[in-house]
Design a protein around this ligand. Structure first.
Ligand code: GCU
Length: 365
């Protein structure tokens, strides 16, 4: 594993106090959670999550899938998602998945067999996932906030945030907020097992999935694919994307405060192994790709290694059990923190899905 100099310590509070007990860790966890929200992803006004209503607008049936078209509402806001259920399984685990496109919700039944046509930069092999006994709740990120400059002011945020400030929730926070409202719905949906609820995403969706699981314990699993900068990758000594790149190219993703760290990674009072550690002791699967230097696989892996200490030291469970340097295409599934680096480019493809389902079968069945 790569060595980092001057990495802030997970087990030391900002004021220098040390984490000695499990109770201390719960306080430290809150300190970190608040820090990432207030400085990176952004905050919603108190009570923003309240007052949403849900309606099932249509139900489609075939022998491969039951599809429920659902919308959530608050004030003038309406956001759509689809729930795909395996018809042959009672109370399946359910995976919440963000599609990285600004499209309306328009999966149809043919997508269940024809996943390669899914309008996404990633594959969603619905037929395989359903056949293996998992349900999927999928949404397009634009249902929450469009992925475009100024997108942070639109969609759900336009209803919940009257005026954007330097710490207000921005686009990735909106995608995460939307996943959490899907979780609200799923908790009352008697056709799924909401105790086995996962959140999954690739790249910018991976950052979203990680932040979502870090801040909402109802998600007992997260799959974080090629999330890189401001996802699982340690920001210090990053040989790929830097804070100045991400803040410049995607001004709508993170808060104004976070922009003040552009070029100043060393001044962050945290690093991103701490975001990873917030998921402990729950199931977490982080992935990298060999040809994805921009996401800095070495820093993604090191992050998992360091976050693993929280699994073992605080919760007494196995975190990541892996070789010192991860071997390409070897899946490390033993502990609660899984990892693989696949041969290939920046993607969340069929291989990743199969490994994800293998891991869940092992841990959940
Ligand atoms: C860009 C961006 C990354 C992001 C990726 C993606 O490459 O720099 O931070 O993860 O897009 O979402 O595909």
């Amino acid at each position: 594993m790569k060595n980092f100099e001057n990495l802030p310590d997970i087990f030391t509070f900002f004021d220098g106090e040390k984490v000695l007990t499990a109770d201390d860790w719960e306080r430290r966890r809150k300190e970190l959670k608040d820090w990432f929200t207030e400085n990176v992803f952004g905050c919603y006004p108190f009570g923003a999550e309240k007052g949403f209503t849900f309606s099932v607008d249509a139900v489609e049936n075939s022998d491969r899938a039951i599809i429920k078209r659902i919308s959530m509402h608050k004030g003038d806001y309406e956001g759509k998602f689809s729930l795909f259920l395996p018809p042959h399984v009672q109370n399946p685990p359910v995976l919440v998945y963000a599609i990285l496109k600004n499209y309306e919700d328009k999966f149809d039944l043919s997508d269940v067999d024809n996943y390669e046509k899914t309008p996404s930069v990633t594959s969603l092999p619905l037929g395989v996932i359903l056949d293996r006994g998992y349900a999927v709740a999928a949404y397009f990120v634009s249902a929450a906030a469009p992925d475009e400059p100024e997108g942070e002011k639109k969609g759900i945020n336009s209803v919940l945030i009257k005026k954007q400030t330097s710490v207000s929730a921005r686009a990735i926070a909106a995608w995460s907020f939307f996943a959490k409202r899907i979780a609200d719905y799923l908790e009352s949906e008697n056709q799924v097992n909401a105790k086995k609820m996962g959140v999954l995403g690739h790249s910018r969706g991976g950052k979203t999935a990680l932040y979502t699981a870090a801040t909402d314990e109802r998600f007992s699993f997260a799959f974080v694919s090629n999330s890189g900068c401001t996802g699982a990758a340690i920001a210090r000594d990053n040989t790929g994307e830097r804070l100045k790149d991400i803040n410049y190219n995607f001004p709508h993703w993170f808060t104004q405060v976070y922009k003040s760290y552009s070029g100043k990674e060393e001044q962050l009072p945290v690093d991103f192994h701490m975001l990873v550690s917030l998921v402990a002791p729950r199931l977490l699967y982080v992935t990298s790709s060999t040809e994805d230097a921009w996401a800095c696989p070495e820093n993604e892996f090191a992050s998992c290694r360091l976050a693993s200490e929280v699994y073992s030291r605080i919760y007494g469970v196995k975190g990541l059990i892996a070789d010192e340097t991860p071997v390409a295409d070897k899946a490390y599934h033993e502990g609660n923190l899984a990892y693989h680096i696949k041969t290939g480019k920046h993607s969340f493809d069929y291989y990743d899905w199969l490994k994800c389902l293998d891991f869940l079968d092992k841990k959940w069945k």
